[in-house]
Design a protein around this ligand. Structure first.
Ligand code: URP
Ligand code: ZN
Ligand code: ZN
Length: 458
């Protein structure tokens, strides 16, 4: 059965108009004004509401084995939480352990992702360099629809790479026409600081943040940019948290280098005071890079508005306090790094970005959907409201209000780092592949309905 959305205030990255959107067979088939309903069509009156392209979160970790445990949302619960908040597609990271075969690990991720309720794609993390790596990277790009590679300059001794490996990855990616993405922190310096602090008996969550200060991210971002420049490889810097890193990206872009920056709501809206919470509650905020001291947030907002930071992702990677974060009660180095966020990205950005005058509606659509689609090879199938695009749409009620809480969120996690944040605006309906999958907060998702998205950057 098709859907006809009537009288919506349709907002895309470029334009805004009031009218109707017809969806049929999972695709947008007609745009116009005064479209007549057809027999059997579901008609939705979107008067007084925005119609946005479905959100795309290009940085999530569902069911990811990490630091001795597994992130607590699987592909079903995590994509469902995304749909509840208006995110209709994700890009997750396939992460082989050091020494693991890339292609075999890709098979494992496909098995896990088969239960996703919304469409998904993968980046491939290259966590070590071996005889087969270049050939496996080629297969990712040319056969598997994965034209982006993830590298970690942090997490030394686990999934992190050294500079020689990073150079090889960038050179190979350039030859393949693929995009290198990077988690930028000075991994060796982090280990040194962690061990020093722990050796002084400093064991609580706030020392996680003190072991990873902003200059370590700034230096690694500059180094990654320099390596990308030398190898002539485009670079996408994930989860930018600080002024130093934003500045390095701005400077590179002004020189004409193809460097893209991503940030996340937690780095825009929280400050390092969260680590002072009593009773080990600061552990909920342990993520890498950490939440920064006051002052950095303003620089990130400015870079987001200027387009230096082009994408808003979440780095959704939830761990429960009970049984997971708790593992590091006596040693901050053992607290699993990560937090939930996929459900709240749009509402937080609408409330604290658009309504506070930091962003306009086109910026909002760009950073939550269209740019990710363009950068990662999903456009115009995703990220657009156009004839022929997938019918992934968010009907946004600007009058809705809410308060974020772990007691009501859809994440499978016992904490919410945005606990108590007030929001204005919420999806009244979320349409995924031409079907209403969320109505006024009530999910009607279907296990396994999500499709694997093969991407191409050509
Ligand atoms: O703390 C984080 N960010 N956990 C997820 C893994 C990563 O570095 O993105
Ligand atoms: Zn990371
Ligand atoms: Zn991540």
């Amino acid at each position: 059965m098709g859907i006809l959305i009537k009288h919506g205030d349709v907002v895309t990255a470029l334009d805004q108009w009031t009218g109707d959107v017809r969806c049929e067979g999972g695709t947008i088939v007609e745009l116009g004004v005064g479209l007549e309903p057809r027999a059997g069509e579901q008609v939705i009156d979107a008067g007084g509401q925005y119609v946005f392209p479905g959100g795309i979160d290009p940085h999530v970790h569902m069911e990811m084995p990490f630091m001795g445990t597994v992130s607590s949302d699987d592909f079903e619960t995590g994509t469902a939480a995304g749909v509840a908040g208006g995110t209709t597609s994700i890009i997750d990271f396939v992460i082989p352990g050091r020494g693991d075969d890339l292609m075999r690990t890709l098979g494992v991720w496909h098995e896990r992702a088969a239960k996703a309720v919304a469409d998904y794609a993968f980046h491939m993390a290259v966590t070590w360099w071996g005889d087969d790596t270049a050939e496996h990277m080629r297969r990712c790009v040319q056969d598997e629809g994965i034209p982006s590679f993830k590298t970690f300059m942090a997490y030394r001794g686990a999934i992190g790479v050294d500079d020689i490996e990073l150079i090889k990855i960038m050179n190979t990616a350039r030859e393949l026409g693929a995009l290198t993405t990077v988690h930028a922190e000075h991994g060796d310096m982090v280990v040194d600081l962690q061990d020093k602090l722990f050796g002084e008996g400093k064991i609580s969550p706030k020392y996680h943040a003190l072991s990873r200060p902003a200059p370590l991210e700034g230096e690694a971002t500059s180094r990654a940019i320099m390596l990308a420049r030398m190898t002539r490889e485009p670079l996408y810097v994930v989860h930018v948290t600080c002024q130093q890193a934003a500045h390095a990206i701005t400077e590179a872009r002004e020189r004409g280098q193809n460097v893209i920056g991503e940030t996340c709501p937690q780095y825009l809206l929280l400050d390092a005071d969260v680590y002072d919470k009593p009773d080990f509650e600061g552990a909920a905020y342990v993520m890498s890079p950490p939440i920064r001291p006051r002052g950095h947030q303003q620089a990130l907002w400015a870079a987001l508005k200027a387009g230096t930071l082009q994408v808003l992702a979440t780095d959704h990677c939830p761990f429960n306090m009970a049984g997971q974060k708790e593992m590091g009660r006596d040693d901050f180095r053992l607290i699993p790094n990560g937090a939930a966020g996929i459900q709240h990205r749009l509402a937080l950005m609408y409330t604290y970005g658009v309504l506070e005058g930091r962003l306009d509606l086109h910026d909002f659509v760009n950073i939550t959907s269209t740019r990710a689609a363009k950068i990662f090879g999903l456009y115009p199938r995703k990220g657009a409201i156009a004839v022929g695009s997938d019918a992934d749409l968010v009907l946004w009620d600007p009058a809705a209000t809410g308060v974020i809480s772990a007691s009501t969120h859809k994440h499978r996690c016992d904490r919410n780092i945005f606990e108590g944040f007030k929001t204005r605006g919420a999806p009244s309906r979320v349409i995924v592949n031409g079907r209403v999958q969320c109505s006024d907060g009530q999910l009607s998702v279907e296990t396994g309905a999500g499709r694997y998205l093969k991407r191409s950057l050509s």
